[in-house]
Design a protein around this ligand. Sequence first.
Ligand SMILES: Nc1ncnc2c1ncn2[C@@H]1O[C@H](COP(=O)(O)OP(=O)(O)OP(=O)(O)O)[C@@H](O)[C@H]1O
Ligand SMILES: [Mg+2]
Length: 255
Amino acid sequence: MLKIDNVTMRFGGVVAVNQFSAKIDPGEIVGLIGPNGAGKTTVFNMVTGVYKPTSGDIIFTPNGTSQSIINLRPDQIAQIGICRTFQNIRLFKELTVLDNVFIGSHLRLKSGIFSSVLRLPNYTKQEKAMYEKAKYLLEKVGLYEEKDEKSFSLPYGKQRRLEIARALATDPKLLLLDEPAAGMNPQETQELMEFIENIKEEFDLTIFLIEHHMEVVMGICDRIYVLDQGAHIADGDPLEIQNNPKVIEAYLGVD
Ligand SMILES: Nc1ncnc2c1ncn2[C@@H]1O[C@H](COP(=O)(O)OP(=O)(O)OP(=O)(O)O)[C@@H](O)[C@H]1O
Ligand SMILES: [Mg+2]
């Protein structure tokens, strides 16, 4: 589904990611972990077209056909099926919960600006379908009751779920989650793990996940990549990663 091939990202003198490679198969949940500043979010920014890698390539194969995505814009990458959430929640705070999800599905809107401004029948029909879909997604993420509330009024854990619902509205094949459990209490974290596994099945997703909560990473990931100071230091299944001396050293220091 995704092949990250020897990518490097420099910002002036800083090498944020250094010759990193990774591979994600369809249907997998793959984790990306590492200490603060390791380069994890930068990897997501390259996969979603926010940054173009200084060198290396990223290949996306959503349904049998491979293409390099490093020259595509973020909206083009979203169109072909890669969507993400952000480390710091980015919702339209003053809009309702429902409208936040509705906006996500605009990416799939087939009519142009004129039919939307003039509200031609073709547009209103699509708009109606998009609202139905947004409501369906809100039911799926357990936020239907709150659909008419302003999104800023939701508690933190629900805002995170809303952001995921908005990402789902774009019909992604590959979903990137940047620290979805950040700021959550143990109860919310537990619910989030079940939630991620459920949406993966329901929407036939492949998931790439950055997370500091180790119980999440170890509990739901099929495989894990570990970055430290921009460099790949390990990959493997959760048990291998937990027992890898390099990983332990990167997190805890020597001795
Ligand atoms: N736009 C940028 N300009 C300059 N330096 C950047 C930029 N983006 C990231 N960096 C630097 O690249 C390094 C990696 O940052 P990144 O945000 O990818 O780390 P991270 O692994 O996501 O960390 P955290 O766990 O704290 O979120 C850091 O040293 C950061 O300061
Ligand atoms: Mg980060």
